[in-house]
Design a protein around this ligand. Sequence first.
Ligand SMILES: NC(=O)c1ccc[n+]([C@@H]2O[C@H](COP(=O)([O-])OP(=O)(O)OC[C@H]3O[C@@H](n4cnc5c(N)ncnc54)[C@H](OP(=O)(O)O)[C@@H]3O)[C@@H](O)[C@H]2O)c1
Length: 359
Amino acid sequence: MMPVGVRYRRIDRHGGELRLRTAAVSDRDTEAAAVLAPEAVGVCRSDLRELTGDRHQRRDFGHEIVARVVAARPDGLLPPGCRVVFDPHPALDRTSGFGELVELYGRPDALSAALVPVDETLDAAVAVQAEPLACAVHCVRRLETASRQLGLQRDDPVAIVGAGAAGALIAAVLLAGGVPAQVTNRGSARVEFLRRRGFLPAPSLAAIPDGRRFPRVVLATAAASPEALGRAVRLVEPNGLLMLFAGTRPGTGLGGIDLDPVRRRQQLVPIRADGSGFYVAGTHGAVTDDFRKALTLLAPSAETGLPDRLAALVTDELSLDQATRTLPRHAASGFLGKTLVRPAGPTSPRRPTQEETCG
Ligand SMILES: NC(=O)c1ccc[n+]([C@@H]2O[C@H](COP(=O)([O-])OP(=O)(O)OC[C@H]3O[C@@H](n4cnc5c(N)ncnc54)[C@H](OP(=O)(O)O)[C@@H]3O)[C@@H](O)[C@H]2O)c1
């Protein structure tokens, strides 16, 4: 039964301000609904970009979630107690992810697609990174498709501009698939952090000599700023491929072309800029297959050791009170590694019975 009226605490965003408030589970008349009790919620750069008003179009505050299902309707959608990671891409109405509970409303097919069952044994600090990892997997798949279209090789080396969470994950997925990947960043702190925590092997973090160019480059900075785009363009070979992962907005231009639709609609276009001709492609979000692949990479048996390496990236674990104070500071001054919010909920969902399957 849906826990209508149950009171819980959650962080809501009001413009550039966060407020921790008590809410009650509502009784909305939608075809399908679910209430989740998050074990952990990851803080993504795009959450912070919503806070600073710098995120265009999408809104999904607190979307890296590992949780248990408290209740779901219609019956049979998922039994209470199932452990899931959240896929924010199916269209749903929902409350902030930074809460003791999360309410989700929409169509049964969207709700079912958004709740991806996850292994009981996977550490929450790792499972919570399934969503950003799925976006990295999607980016690598887009890179493979566009490379094929351009006659580039699947294992041609890749330079990744941006050593934040996204750049690090994209490099890890490439390396897991046997593709040489090298990460570069405008400041040294993030590269040093990845080296210290052993997330990437030393050759992938080595400085790129001046003038070295790559057949394929991924831009994975917080925003596709003119400066970040310029660095990426200087790294791409003539006729090479520049994959846009970084946040864009209408009017983000290069060589007279608006890059926002290129990224959001995942197009592939020829561009001339900085005296060179090359191709730009876009990657946006993730699909169910990307989540499946991400969870395979996170399996405890995975040869890449990715679960332990991801656990080593966690720098901060915050309560809801602490997160309300800390996230605005992170938005203003940036942060290294993965910050997790650990809401302790008012309900302890029962575990599924042996007869009930979580998918
Ligand atoms: N395509 C998709 O499907 C998808 C999915 C998820 C996220 N994203 C995008 O990926 C972005 C990167 O996320 P993240 O988690 O890696 O962020 P992050 O961990 O905060 O890393 C930020 C990176 O961007 C650089 N940076 C910071 N401010 C910048 C600016 N104003 N101009 C240019 N570079 C800047 C940082 O360099 P320093 O270390 O020198 O500061 C660092 O390399 C997000 O903002 C989001 O828009 C895309």
